[in-house]
Design a protein around this ligand. Structure first.
Ligand code: ZN
Length: 65
């Protein structure tokens, strides 16, 4: 499911900084936040499955950075 989502979305970089406090990442286009926080929000609303606890691997490893 996550793989499908990432495959269908290109996450083009925007020209602003992520609005999440303390985050220095650039936003993705059409969003006010960076890629990691965008996906975090989607997971919060239950749209995407959450990464398995304690295990980070592709495509989730970028969330750890
Ligand atoms: Zn961010």
């Amino acid at each position: 499911m996550m793989e499908d989502y990432l495959a269908k979305n290109t996450f083009e970089p925007g020209d602003k900084s992520c609005k999440v406090a303390g985050c220095q990442q650039a936003t993705i286009r059409f969003s006010g936040v960076c890629k990691a926080h965008h996906i975090e929000q989607l997971q919060h609303f239950g749209i995407l499955s959450k990464p398995p606890p304690g295990r980070l691997f592709t495509p989730y490893d970028f969330l750890a950075s």
